[in-house]
Design a protein around this ligand. Structure first.
Ligand code: SF4
Ligand code: SF4
Length: 380
């Protein structure tokens, strides 16, 4: 059976309004304010398992999962089906850390874009970094109480203005046993990315505020899109290996588009997976997106992207990150080696092996750079 990962939205709302995200930069359209029912999720998982090799379920697309009043039940539905369940949150709220950790999700990602409120509040608009820090401590304590195996990590969104805050954040996280994974911040949704190129007839025009945000991106948007065009013949992993489903069970063309009036492909339970894939492959927005190489931008699919970003940030930061990115390339080689190897692991096993490879690599980096060990420091 063909392997797919599923991104499933637990709702349609978020408590923040980040300017790089459709929840913060689209005024013209909102997603329905509804919650995914555990019963519906169970049906989706059962059907998916009968039609493909379900490698993982991410319980997030455009909404904040911690707003869902029955989130622990949703996690259990996925985990009890033998599939690894992953969460991503802004962690400005944490209604019941113990119940979430008792459900033992495979991972809990916290997206962060600063260590001070000045940086964080700009790119996580409406958020409070001190509240996030407090909630991280609560989450770690709840994990210990529940003896959960969940990997908790911070996904740091790198902009031009926040790179100096990365090291203090990293040290603080190492002291509380939370992993750190950086990523170049991107502009979303896909409609706005195509809008930069003047492509498509979407209803979300670029605003002054969008342009201000674009100026803060370390990965320069227009140049990256020009470079991505050279790789436009690459297949799209968001279409070939991933499904995106909203909280009402409707399949979206992919996780990059926000306008569900244009991106809905059909109801997952009403159509076979093969029918849905045919609709996606014939979708005119995919043709437009691939013509401009936007799918390459969305998936960091061009090898020169790191170099472009390094050339766009202060030299001292570029020097530091250049060393780290060499390590990243090694990790990517390990990932590719594993994916090509004849190893076949049960669902969830693949993620566990890759996690171990990443851990080994991070350990080597700590030794090389003399970073504090996990037990070395207490949070301030
Ligand atoms: S990036 Fe995440 S936290 Fe920010 S508005 Fe979008 S969904 Fe909410
Ligand atoms: S080609 Fe573009 S629109 Fe189609 S699934 Fe990929 S990212 Fe989405």
């Amino acid at each position: 059976m063909r392997p797919f990962s599923f991104d499933i939205d637990t709702g349609g709302a978020c408590n923040l309004r980040c300017p790089s995200c459709a929840q913060g930069n689209v005024r013209e359209h909102r997603l329905p304010h509804a919650f995914m029912a555990p019963e519906l999720l169970a049906k989706i998982i059962a059907k998916a398992k009968s039609e493909c090799l379900l490698t993982r379920v991410n319980l997030f697309v455009w909404s904040e999962p911690l707003l869902h009043p029955r989130l622990p039940e949703l996690i259990r539905v996925v985990q009890e089906a033998g599939v690894a369940c992953h969460l991503s949150s802004n962690l400005n709220l944490l209604p019941d850390a113990d119940a979430i950790m008792a459900a033992d999700p495979a991972s809990f990602k916290v997206s962060v874009s600063g260590f001070t409120q000045q940086s964080y509040g700009f790119t996580h608009r409406g958020g409070d970094i001190e509240r996030v820090k407090t909630h991280l401590l609560e989450l770690v304590a709840a994990k210990q109480r529940a003896r959960a195996k969940t990997r908790i990590y911070v996904n740091f969104h790198r902009y031009r203005h926040n790179l100096r805050e990365e090291l203090p954040l990293r040290e603080w996280l190492a002291g509380i046993g939370v992993d750190f994974e950086p990523i170049w911040a991107q502009m979303l949704p896909l409609e706005k990315v195509l809008g930069v190129l003047g492509a498509g007839d979407f209803d979300f025009p670029l605003t002054e505020e969008d342009h201000r945000l674009i100026d803060h991106l370390a990965l320069p948007l227009r140049q990256t899109l020009e470079m991505a065009q050279h790789y436009r013949h690459q297949p799209c992993p968001l279409r070939d290996r991933q499904f995106s489903i909203d909280c009402q069970g409707n399949v979206q063309l992919c996780c990059g588009g926000f306008d569900n009036r244009r991106f809905t492909v059909g109801n997952f339970l009403a159509l076979s997976l093969a029918q849905i894939q045919r609709r996606r492959e014939e979708h005119p927005i995919c043709g437009l997106c691939m013509h401009h190489g936007a799918h390459v931008y969305m998936t960091f699919g061009a090898p020169e992207m790191d170099h472009l970003a390094l050339a766009n940030i202060p030299p001292e930061e570029a020097k530091r990150l250049g060393q780290e990115l060499r390590g990243k390339r090694l990790r990517q080689r390990l990932d590719r080696w594993y994916r090509k190897s004849p190893l076949t692991l049960p669902p969830g096993g693949e993620a566990a092996v890759l996690n171990q490879l990443h851990r080994l690599h991070r350990l080597a980096a700590r030794v090389r750079h003399g970073w504090p060990g996990r037990t070395g420091r207490k949070p301030s």
